[in-house]
Design a protein around this ligand. Structure first.
Ligand code: RNT
Ligand code: ZN
Length: 407
């Protein structure tokens, strides 16, 4: 029996699954390519996040980063998006972050437009002299003003991108604000953050152009005792303000299920934004692996028919391995997880649950685990004209010819 016949016997249409997968965008993060350095001389990476390792060949500047992105995208199947950070502005002279303008991203729009890639956006509230501990929740009104203006500038840029590309641009706000030791006041910083956000969102844009999201976190390195933008804070903020929540699966306790948060949020929000990562003991931002956690996440997206409501993005930065390969491995793994979810007879499984036939549900779930998934994956890659399991040969070549030449 062929793989297609084996799946059909369980009520799964392989061609339909492949067709659907080809249309689900995954937003790849530009910052894996240069360890979140950006183009603006931002100095040391701060904000409680870390890219560890010093693998040779890191991209410097727009030309090298886009060359590496092209290489990675050539080995990644499916519909592509690219998430930028404000520090990847392409400017002739240095521009302060509160002065950023849409035209500073025209070079990206041009590059992406030629390739049919859509862009997403993130304000950058770290790696900056004024981002020392607190930003939007800072007690100093002048520092808050600078960051409020930066995020406002970023929303204008995201709306501009969304309009130009004819697809809403996700503008995801993550701030590093927190305390290393126990603060005496956990409320006032949050009230200041709320006020800053309210000012930021007082500017209205058409939802056709921009999707706004806020990203929570449990702690950062050096900010272990309190995070101002906690899960409860942002979820309440998003729910009461009509914006969306971003779930980064590295930002929760390792025993918490990020997958289970997706249907809970779908019950209330239009969109759920995702930063898919792989955490090892902490929010370590390792490359996404094809493991149970990512498969559970993909299951929740697919079985709730939410492929167009969950905005899937990647977020990791491993500087200890080939960065182009890191993009390819993580992107392919996300799509493998989606394909594995698409190759399940969800309607039938839901029915078994509703009818209380839990033994049969367990039997079917377990049988699905040993179906010939790899054959369908190969079929999908072939239909996308993307190289199969031997793709690493191209990374070796690229490393030898391009990356090794970089000083
Ligand atoms: C940090 C957040 C945030 C960043 C990127 C660079 O903990 O996950 O999303 O990783 O914006
Ligand atoms: Zn994130």
């Amino acid at each position: 029996m062929s793989a297609t016949e084996k799946y059909a016997a369980l009520g799964v249409d392989v061609d339909a699954a492949i067709g659907k997968l080809a249309g689900i965008p995954v937003s790849m993060h530009c910052w894996q390519g240069d360890d979140i350095a950006g183009f603006m001389d931002s100095g040391e990476l701060t904000g409680g996040i870390q890219a560890t390792g010093n693998y040779p060949g890191k991209a410097r500047g727009f030309a090298q980063l886009t060359a590496d992105l092209d290489k990675a995208f050539s080995l990644i199947p499916g519909k592509k998006r690219l998430a930028l950070h404000a520090i990847y502005a392409v400017t002739e002279k240095p521009v302060e972050r509160d002065q950023l303008k849409p035209e500073h991203f025209d070079a990206w729009l041009d590059w992406a437009g030629k390739r049919g890639i859509m862009l997403d956006f993130n304000p950058t509230l770290f790696s900056h002299p004024l981002a020392d501990g607190l930003t939007l929740s800072h007690p100093d009104a002048k520092i808050r003003r600078f960051w409020v203006d930066h995020v406002k500038a970023c929303r204008a840029i995201a709306a501009y991108i969304g309009k130009k590309q004819g697809s809403p641009c996700l503008n995801n706000i993550w701030i590093p604000d927190g305390f290393k030791n126990n603060p005496a006041d956990r409320l006032t910083p949050r009230l200041r953050l709320k006020e800053s956000l309210d000012e930021i969102f007082s500017v209205k844009y058409d939802k056709k152009y921009i999707v706004d999201a806020v990203e929570s976190k449990v702690f950062g390195i050096g900010l272990e005792s309190c995070t101002v933008g906690s899960s409860e804070f942002y979820l309440s903020y998003a729910a009461t303000r009509g914006i969306n929540a971003m779930l980064d699966n590295g930002h929760f306790h390792p025993t918490e299920s990020t997958a289970d948060k997706i249907p809970s949020l779908l019950a209330f929000f239009d969109n759920v934004a995702l930063h898919v990562t792989h955490h090892v003991r902490w929010d370590s931002d390792h490359v996404v692996l094809y493991d149970d956690e990512i498969r559970d996440i993909a299951d929740e997206i697919v079985r709730n028919d939410a492929c167009d409501r969950v905005l899937i993005g990647l977020d990791y930065f491993d500087a200890s391995i080939n960065r182009v390969a890191a993009w390819v491995i993580g992107s392919r793994n996300m799509q493998k997880a989606l394909l594995s979810a698409l190759l399940k007879p969800h309607a039938k499984m839901k029915q078994l649950q509703d009818e209380g036939r839990f033994t049969e549900l367990m039997y079917l779930s377990e049988e699905l685990k040993s179906m010939p998934f790899d054959e369908v994956w190969e079929q999908y890659l072939a239909s996308q004209k993307v190289r199969g399991a031997d793709w690493f040969e191209e990374i070796k070549e690229y490393e030898k010819n391009i990356l090794k030449e970089r000083q």
